[in-house]
Design a protein around this ligand. Structure first.
Ligand code: HEM
Length: 408
């Protein structure tokens, strides 16, 4: 019950890949296929207000760009929104938009909090939350899967990681949805800006409290660590806390909502999951490929260079499209089919190389908890209204999914 207009490759000349409406309202699979085959490094022309940029669509070229942060830096911004606006004020201070030694050093510090072992108690808590939220939805018999189930999971896990006290969680949740809800019809850019600043201030205060506090959360970890011999200042701590919310809340929600929708739209796969023909771990990877919540990533070429033999000049913006690479016929057999037992599954949903998603294990565990919860607790689901897409050129998926469900 999702209707999107299929865009034909002939329309390519009229499209702007930076337009959020294009991604929310249309099916671009034929355009991506055409680009992979004919123009794998495609120049999206400048508009009156924004510069042009390269769009890279083949899996092999996408991974080559991701791998090489010396030739393709994140320090001009790593998404179209900031790249087209001329950069990001947090460049060089926030993990996703720094490169080189400092990036490697900060990443090493944070990795200790994101290892499967360190995340064990958080993953346990995610499973309990999923069971509780699905139980409540089953008791009512109907829910908006996005608002009533998925929204309650990732931000809670991030708050656990950051040690946000229980009393502040509702506040952080509501600020986050205002700060990042700019693709919702009823919020303004000014609301989003104010909310973002409030979140940053909140984390700055928490960071000050946590210095030498003996806590074991990520804020205390950042406050007590040195990167290449230098301590992080309060701004850097605050920005990197925010970056976990930016990177790990809505992306993960969208993959969970996308999981429920994929099962609704593919009853054979829902049965395969229920029968155990598709193990949850394998199904998670296919859901991540299928949903691709982060459509693209962006870089800036540092030097005159080439991608797949195609010349690119220093200073030009290069975008790599996970949405296309995850459907590359040269890597995936029958990429247009959802196959929960697909192996191998070399999707680039979490990127590749030095900026590979820090929260990948957590995101996998969250999506896995939802799939296992649906498999074990739910006998039947039925969609009762249209899924509402998010309007973004970066995030892809649905912000509302009404359905009814019956207990197993
Ligand atoms: C990086 C996707 C969940 C934290 C990335 C990147 C992608 C991505 C594509 C690379 C960006 C780039 O190369 O410019 C996703 C998706 C998720 C998810 C699709 C959910 C399904 C999470 C979670 C967290 C997180 C749960 C943390 C709580 C980060 C961080 C980075 C990152 C900190 C930057 C890593 C670095 O630059 O070294 N993610 N992510 N992500 N992600 Fe995730």
């Amino acid at each position: 019950m999702t209707t999107r207009r299929t865009i034909a490759p002939e329309e390519l000349g009229t499209l702007n890949l930076a337009d959020p409406r294009l991604h929310a309202e249309s099916d671009l699979s034929a355009v991506w296929r055409h680009l992979r085959e004919r123009q794998p490094v495609y120049w999206n022309p400048a508009t009156e207000t924004a510069p042009g940029f390269w769009a890279v669509t083949r899996h092999t070229d996408v991974t080559a760009v991701y791998r090489d942060s010396a030739r393709f830096t994140s320090e001009g911004g790593n998404v179209l929104e900031t790249l087209l606006a001329g950069g990001d004020t947090a460049v060089g201070r926030m993990l996703p938009i720094m490169d080189g030694e400092k990036h490697a050093g900060l990443r090493r510090v944070l990795m200790s909090a994101f290892s499967p072992r360190a995340l064990e108690p958080i993953v346990e808590s995610v499973r309990r939350t999923v069971t509780r939220l699905l139980g409540e939805a089953l008791d009512k018999g109907s829910c908006d899967f996005a608002a009533d189930v998925a929204a309650g999971i990732p931000l809670g896990a991030i708050c656990d990681l950051l040690g946000v006290p229980d009393r502040d969680r509702a506040h952080v949740l509501s600020l986050t949805s205002s700060a990042l809800g700019s693709h919702e019809a009823d919020s303004t850019a000014a609301d989003a800006w104010i909310a973002k600043n409030e979140i940053l201030l909140y984390f700055a205060e928490l960071a000050r409290d946590r210095r030498d506090s003996g806590h074991s959360d990520v804020i205390a970890l950042l406050a007590g660590s040195e990167v290449n011999g230098l301590p992080l200042d309060d701004d850097e701590i605050m920005l990197n806390c925010y970056s976990l919310i930016l990177g790990g809340d809505e992306t993960a929600r969208l993959s969970m909502v996308g999981a429920a929708l994929a099962l609704l739209e593919h009853p054979d796969q829902w049965q395969a999951l229920k029968r155990g023909d598709a193990p949850v771990d394998t199904a998670v990877e296919e859901i991540l490929r299928w949903t691709t919540p982060a459509l693209h990533a962006g870089r800036t070429a540092t030097t005159d260079t080439e991608i797949g033999g195609h010349p690119v000049r220093a200073g030009e913006i290069v975008t790599v499209w996970n949405a296309s690479a995850n459907h590359d016929e040269l890597v995936f057999h029958a990429p247009g089919e959802l196959r929960l037992d697909r192996t191998p599954n070399k999707h680039v949903t979490f990127a590749y190389g030095p900026h590979f998603c820090l929260g990948a294990h957590l995101a996998r565990a969250e999506t896995g908890a939802v799939l296992a919860g649906l498999r074990d607790l739910v006998a039947e689901m039925e969609q009762t209204g249209p899924a509402r897409p998010v309007y973004s050129n970066f995030l892809s998926g649905y912000g509302a999914l009404p359905l009814t469900l019956k207990a197993a």
